[in-house]
Design a protein around this ligand. Structure first.
Ligand SMILES: Nc1ncnc2c1ncn2[C@@H]1O[C@H](COP(=O)(O)OP(=O)(O)O)[C@@H](O)[C@H]1O
Ligand SMILES: [Mg+2]
Length: 275
């Protein structure tokens, strides 16, 4: 039996390519034949917008509905809130209601485990669940880290301040210590790399040599391209919108890197189990 890999796409900074990465990694994995569920854990609702939901705030059912039911220990019919996208992935959208949920979590028992409860029954139906996190390290992101097997950190090379990364890695360490000891970091993904202007190659090389000893940095870097915004505006992946372009090629190669990490871990747990 194959296990479901749950990956949180996180960075406390906004505008670094989390949502774009969630969409194109998700659809990329589905093109490789995997069953994929994307979850929007950001009240801004950008994931749904990028997948063609034009007014997330008008949705009757969203992640907030599922979280609320889990908090109240109510069960909902299987597949409530799941939308199927024409490119093969399923997704659970979010909207502003999720901020109310996040506030409500603060006073709750087991408040870190609400999202884990939500995905528990969904895991058998998917090979990958990707959680698109909000730009903060608050309760919603902690919930994502509590139920994830691993984390991917998208960042622009120039944004990768030591301080920002320290905060994120500090949170990951705390979650590992207190909540989810098996949490791994798959790696840091450099996004919006403009190779013409900002000495991107040198910055990346220097970051690789300083950070690379402790942290995996993906080989693939994602180039800066207007196709990213254009494809989201059209509610589709970059593969469908501009399949021959450099952005599509980069996301395809990144998808293969991620898949290789998880095929390995899945094989290993299978071996352990057989032994
Ligand atoms: N590789 C890229 N090149 C150029 N623009 C990009 C790229 N990736 C994302 N963008 C654009 O940058 C903005 C922020 O990206 P987004 O994925 O929403 O980041 P986050 O989820 O971290 O806030 C969006 O307008 C998006 O279309
Ligand atoms: Mg986002």
């Amino acid at each position: 039996m194959r296990e479901c890999n749950v990956i949180a796409i996180a960075n406390e900074k906004g505008g670094v390519g989390k949502t774009t990465t969630a969409v194109n990694l998700g659809i990329g994995l589905s093109k490789l034949g995997h069953r994929v569920l994307l979850i929007d854990a950001d009240p801004q609702g950008s994931l749904g917008l990028s997948l063609g939901v034009s007014r997330p705030d008008e949705l009757d059912v969203s992640l907030a509905t599922l979280m609320r039911a889990a908090m109240d220990e109510r069960s909902l019919p299987q597949n409530t809130g799941i939308i199927h996208h024409s490119e093969g992935v399923d997704f659970i959208p979010s909207n502003i209601e999720l901020s109310g949920i996040e506030t409500g979590l603060v006073n709750m028992m087991s408040r870190e485990y609400v999202l884990k409860e939500v995905i528990q029954n969904l895991k058998p139906s998917y090979d990958y669940i990707l959680i698109d996190c909000m730009p903060s390290l608050g309760m919603m992101t902690i919930n994502a880290m509590a139920c994830a097997d691993s984390i991917i950190i998208p960042t622009q090379p120039s944004y990768l301040s030591a301080k920002g990364l320290d905060l994120l890695l500090g949170t990951v360490a705390r979650v590992k210590r207190n909540i989810n000891p098996d949490l791994q970091i798959d790696g840091v993904l450099f996004t919006m790399v403009d190779s013409r202007t900002n000495n991107a190659k040198e910055i990346i090389a220097s970051l690789k040599s300083t950070l690379g000893q402790n942290l995996k940095i993906f080989e693939t870097t994602i180039p800066h391209s207007v196709r990213a915004a254009e494809s989201s505006l059209n509610g589709m992946s970059v593969y469908l919108y501009a399949g021959n372009g450099k952005l599509a090629a980069a996301y395809e190669s990144f998808t293969k890197e991620v898949n290789a990490i998880h095929e390995r871990t899945t094989d290993r747990s299978w071996d352990d189990w057989v032994r």
